[in-house]
Design a protein around this ligand. Structure first.
Ligand SMILES: Nc1ncnc2c1ncn2[C@@H]1O[C@H](COP(=O)(O)OP(=O)(O)OP(=O)(O)O)[C@@H](O)[C@H]1O
Length: 234
């Protein structure tokens, strides 16, 4: 049985019908990747699973239990962690304090975070608000790891980062992915091609394809992930 199973969910923001019959599965130990252009519903899919925007129809099953509509705190308690796109680190606390808050009394220690991201150790006494975008992303990912979740939902970890920082983040993700089950949202195909075991392609609130390989020259990528007219003219 899959660790996470999303079946035919429909999710709304008020009157806006965003997700239509979305189904996906994440097997234990696998890296599943959700790809698609801006605004197609990738983050909404993660928010539906996490209980932040519960679906109005359909079922979400985690580790054999129905978690559809569960409170976000309950979802986290069950073992699903979140590294949100907007990072959500605590700006007035230091790096070390941010990390300490993420420990859930398991085997992990702050050293794990520093091994993954040596830069965080150098910045350990700096407040979250004084970190660069790349350092904030490292901290957000490290917080997810220290939570020792069985499933991590990671939203656009390389967005807006300089190429050198992307490389450091990808190196750390590669290491993290050997030990954790992940549902990853990521737009950078060069990054996810190597990392993902299974890819779900989204368009207009629907899953339009599921594939084990994401060939950048394929029709699938051109149609659903290529540069759109609005982006190319921007
Ligand atoms: N809080 C909200 N209230 C109303 N509509 C929203 C809200 N958040 C997102 N939407 C809309 O829902 C749709 C899907 O957004 P979502 O953030 O899930 O897309 P995405 O694929 O993750 O894109 P991005 O890469 O831009 O984050 C978009 O049309 C967006 O404008």
């Amino acid at each position: 049985m899959a660790l996470l199973s999303v079946e035919d969910i429909d999710t709304f923001y008020g009157e806006s019908h965003i997700l239509h019959d979305v189904s996906l599965e994440v097997e234990r130990g696998e890296i599943a990747v959700l790809v698609g252009r801006n605004g197609v519903g990738k983050t909404t899919t993660l928010r539906s699973i996490l209980g932040h925007t519960p679906p109005e129809r359909g079922t979400i099953t985690y580790d054999g239990s129905d978690i559809t509509g569960a409170e976000p705190s309950d979802v986290a308690q069950r073992g699903i962690g979140w590294v949100p796109e907007e990072r959500r680190i605590l700006p007035s606390l230091t790096v070390e304090e941010n990390l300490q808050l993420s420990l859930r009394g398991g085997n992990e220690s702050i050293e794990t975070a520093y091994e993954l991201f040596p830069r965080l150790e150098e910045r350990s006494q700096n407040q979250g608000r004084n970190l660069s975008g790349g350092e904030q992303q490292m901290l957000a990912i490290a917080r997810g790891v220290l939570g020792e979740f069985d499933l991590l939902l990671i939203d656009e970890p390389t967005e807006g980062l300089a190429p050198m920082i992307v490389e450091q983040v990808v190196d750390a993700l590669t290491e993290i992915f050997t030990e954790t089950t992940v549902l990853l949202v990521e737009q950078n195909l060069n990054v996810v091609r190597e990392l993902g075991d299974r890819f779900y392609v989204m368009d207009k609130g629907q899953i339009v394809a599921e594939t084990a390989e994401l060939d950048p020259d394929s029709e699938l990528v051109r149609e659903y992930l290529g540069v759109s007219v609005s982006e190319s003219s921007a």
